[in-house]
Write a protein that binds this ligand. Sequence first.
Ligand code: SAH
Length: 358
Amino acid sequence: MQEINNNNNKIKKDIKSMTLEEIIEDFISFGLKKYKAEQVFRWLANFACSFDEMTDLSKDLREFLNKKYKIISAKIIKKEISQDGTKKFAIIFEDGAIVESVLMQYKFGNSVCVSTQVGCKMRCKFCANSELNFSRNLSASEILTQVQIISKIENINISNITLMGIGEPFDNYENIIKFIKIATCQKGMNIGARRISVSTCGLADKIKKFADENLSVTLSVSLHSAKNDLRSDIMPINQAYDLEKLREACIYYNKKTNKRISFEYIMLNNLNDSKLDAELLAKFLKNMIFHVNLIPANKLKSGVLISSPIEKIHIFANWLMNLGINVTVRRTLGSDISASCGQLMAKTIGGKNFESNI
Ligand code: SAH
């Protein structure tokens, strides 16, 4: 019996991965009214976990929908709180895949950093993700559910979303685009597109494609070096898309969207923090609309690369400012619970068990 149910579940469509337009199209093909689709979409945006909760639909319709669609479930299996208030959640999906998501609460609102893949293929030397085996992409509904489950358990509204957790968003391109369309839909969660940020390690072809989507989402590019040999060494993606290709794609993005790009630059001691590095960075950014974020490198257990000392980071920032570069030094949050950039899953793969169920 159990097995039959599971099989049925597999052929059911994942309704939370569908845009409102797709649900409307389906409903119309079933002879249902458009406003019914909007009702269901609103329920899903409010984190309804089953059709039975949708009490303003008739029982017959709820039963019909239950046969056609599934609503994916997820569970928080661990929550950690940093001394600075940052919260990290381990979330498990139906097939047992676990990802981590981070909640940062600021004066301006609540921001959730979500994972886009289970593991990562990119193998950046400084990032804990590189120690995780890639197992699969997350669906749009699984990315959405990370935001909703945190909003529900903390009883807060989420105003900002960053796609900067585990995984490379542009390596899961179709699903993240779906996710953005669903999360920003005014008839659903209605998160402002400008309040969503996507970060990529530099898949140049996808940066151009993203520019063509016309989504008004904020784009971050993890640059970390403006020298091809060093970048190829610490970020293997540079072997496929070198700095020339990346620069060309970024200029295309600027021109097409008129939006600036936020360049992330991790400060690595004696590797990418010299005056020449600052000059090469300025040269790379020539004729672009941008902002540079200098990030003290977060410690990894296995890491051989260490952060530049903070004094050196400020000297580097000054060199850039003198070259006319718009630059800030990023505050690091949540490092005591491995919730900072590049640290997600670092502890978990170190063998720590999940104990606390919520
Ligand atoms: N794959 C995407 C998003 C995930 S990583 C990307 O590469 O942009 C999110 C950010 O954390 C990236 O800017 C990444 O370069 C940065 N990061 C990775 N490891 C880090 C570390 N040890 N210290 C500081 N930032 C790190």
